[in-house]
Design a protein. Structure first.
Length: 282
């Protein structure tokens, strides 16, 4: 749905998949209970795979741009050895670069990293920024139980700060089997992962050690009113979790909280544009 009072909309939380990578990775990821069951049939699969289908939805829903990330619950490479993960994530980053090159006004490209090896992750980050022109980086909450505030990741955080690139932390699906019995890995598990990574980043002192990092986390829309009171519109970006989330993210924000027109424009696009260092029509 288009909203006449919101001239430009950037959806900061959208996903893509690739058939070949999906075939390699999905049986090792949360969507299949880490190989214990078949991936559930998805009516949205085509939309994950096809930039033109995404653009058709964007046009219908009044969304100008997708900040497009890989699908971490389908295509995470956490299971692979570092060299394999580097090869697979390079392919992911190249495919997204292709989407952004074909439709530069509709897609903002992002980087996925081989997190098993911090040096390889830094090298791919650098390639993603300098050669592919990507504007944000997708990080999991943890690597084999070590959360992102841990000092082992600080060289990567330093590289992220050096490139001044926005980070989107998106859980890959909690691994504890208890959450997979009733498919609670997504509804409850992802939020536990988000709380754990936020605690790790804060309590390990990362934000004091490396000031100026730009980090986005996922928030439930039901918590929006509280979030606005705490941090304000200039710290909140819109994200629908396309193609599995709601179809009218601007409408959901309007319903959840009363904002001035300036605040609404910031949330719909202004804050994201600043974070990504891109221009918007206003
Ligand atoms: Zn998502």
């Amino acid at each position: 749905m288009k909203h006449a009072d919101v001239p430009f909309v950037i959806d900061f939380h959208t996903h893509m998949l690739d058939e070949e990578l999906r075939a390699i990775c999905t049986s090792r990821n949360a969507i299949t209970g880490f190989g214990k069951k078949q991936a559930p049939p998805s009516a949205n699969l085509g939309k994950f795979l096809d930039p033109e289908l995404q653009i058709a939805d964007m046009d219908e829903r009044g969304i100008d741009m997708h900040v497009v990330f890989t699908g971490p619950v389908h295509m995470s490479t956490w299971w692979a050895d570092p060299q394999t993960a580097a090869k697979l994530t390079r392919r992911m980053n190249d495919i997204i670069a292709g989407w952004a090159a074909r439709y530069p006004k509709r897609f903002v490209g992002t980087i996925t990293l081989p997190m098993q090896d911090v040096d390889l992750a830094i090298a791919e980050l650098t390639r993603g920024v300098e050669e592919l022109g990507h504007k944000a980086v997708l990080l999991p909450t943890n690597v084999d139980g070590v959360y992102l505030g841990d000092r082992k990741f600080w060289p990567l955080w330093q590289a992220i700060r050096y490139h001044d690139i926005a980070v989107f932390i998106h859980p890959e699906g909690i691994r504890d089997p208890w959450y997979h019995k009733f498919a609670l890995w997504n509804s409850i598990g992802q939020q536990i992962e988000e709380a754990k990574v936020a605690a790790s980043i804060i309590y390990e002192g990362l934000l004091d050690a490396i000031p100026g990092l730009k980090i986005a986390c996922v928030y439930d829309p039901l918590a929006l009113a509280t979030l606005f009171k705490r941090v304000g519109a200039e710290r909140i970006v819109l994200g629908a979790d396309y193609p599995v989330g709601g179809t009218d993210p601007v409408g959901e924000v309007k319903e959840a909280v009363t904002l001035s027109s300036d605040e609404l424009r910031m949330v719909a696009a202004g804050t994201a544009a600043q974070l990504l260092g891109i221009e918007t029509r206003s």
